[in-house]
Design a protein around this ligand. Structure first.
Ligand SMILES: NC(=O)CC[C@H](N)C(=O)O
Length: 235
C-alpha cells in the first residue's frame, strides 16, 4: 500500500507518521509538499499529520485549507480515496469542508497534552476494522483547539450515519464529562464523512504505535493496520 504524508510549514508529526507507515508497517510512503498540485492518484491513503500548519494563524487549519495540495486531497476523497487527518489534520479537514462541524478552543483554554481513553463506536470503517466495537483504547492528545462542535441537526446526522468513530471515555468505557479533555460535544474525538473514507481524529495514533514509547500503549498501530487491512482504494 502506498501512503502519502502531506507536509505544511508548521507540520510537526509528519515524520512520526512516516516512521509508522514506512518503518513499523514497512509500506512505501512519500512526503507531499503543500504546494504540490500533482494528482494524488497512485496513493492508497493520504495522511494529513498533526502540528501547527501556518502557525495556527487565524484558526487552526484556516490557512492550510487554501494550500494547492488541498484541492488534490478533495479530488482524491471525492473519488473514494482514504484520507486520515490527525489532530491538526482533523482541523484542516473541517476547515476544508471534507468533514462536518468545527473546532472551538478547548473549554479550559489550555493546551492539553496527555493520554486519554477512547471508546471505539464504529469498527465498520477502513480505519477501525482491526478493533471490536466498544473497545477501550489509550492514545495521547496534544492540542489547544480540540473542542469539536456541530449543531443539533449535524449531530443527528452523524449518529444516523454511524459517523462518530471515537468518543472520550473512562478506562471502564463510560462516556462522561470527566473523561473529556477539551469539552467536545458528545465526547466526540473522531468522526468520518458519510462514505467513511475520510477520518479525522484529535488523538495521535502515530505517537502510540510502538510499546517502547510513552506509556507503553501501541493501540494506535491498529488504526494503521486497519487501513492496511482495508487495502486502500486504487484510483
Ligand atoms: N498536535 C497538534 O496537531 C497540534 C494541534 C493544534 N494545532 C492545536 O493546538 O490545537
Amino acid at each position: 500500500m502506498k501512503f502519502g504524508v502531506i507536509v505544511f510549514p508548521g507540520s510537526n508529526c509528519d515524520r512520526d507518521c512516516y516512521h509508522v507507515t514506512a518503518r513499523v508497517l514497512g509500506e512505501p510512503t512519500e512526503f507531499i509538499w503543500h504546494e504540490d498540485d500533482r494528482s494524488l492518484a497512485g496513493y492508497d491513503c493520504i495522511i494529513i499529520p498533526g502540528g501547527f500548519s501556518y502557525g495556527d494563524y487565524l484558526r487552526a487549519g484556516a490557512i492550510a485549507r487554501f494550500a494547492p495540495v488541498m484541492e488534490r486531497v478533495k479530488e482524491f476523497a471525492r473519488k473514494g480515496g482514504l484520507v486520515i487527518g490527525i489532530c491538526n489534520g482533523f482541523q484542516i479537514l473541517l476547515e476544508a469542508g471534507l468533514l462536518p462541524g468545527a473546532m472551538h478552543h478547548n473549554a479550559h483554554l489550555n493546551f492539553n497534552c496527555r493520554y486519554v481513553y477512547l471508546r471505539v463506536e464504529n469498527n465498520k470503517t477502513p480505519f477501525t476494522g482491526k478493533f471490536n466495537k466498544g473497545d477501550i483504547i489509550n492514545l495521547p492528545v496534544a492540542h489547544k483547539e480540540g473542542n469539536y462542535y456541530i449543531d443539533d441537526r449535524g449531530l443527528e446526522e452523524l449518529k444516523e450515519n454511524n459517523q462518530i468513530i471515537l468518543r472520550y471515555a473512562t478506562p471502564g468505557g463510560e462516556v462522561i464529562d470527566e473523561a473529556n479533555p477539551n469539552g467536545s460535544i458528545g465526547n466526540i474525538a473522531g468522526i468520518t464523512n458519510k462514505n467513511h473514507n475520510v477520518f479525522g481524529l484529535m488523538p495521535h495514533p502515530e505517537r502510540a504505535s510502538e510499546t517502547i514509547l510513552g506509556n507503553g500503549s501501541d493501540d494506535g498501530l491498529k488504526i494503521f493496520q486497519s487501513i492496511l487491512k482495508a487495502g486502500g482504494v486504487k484510483l
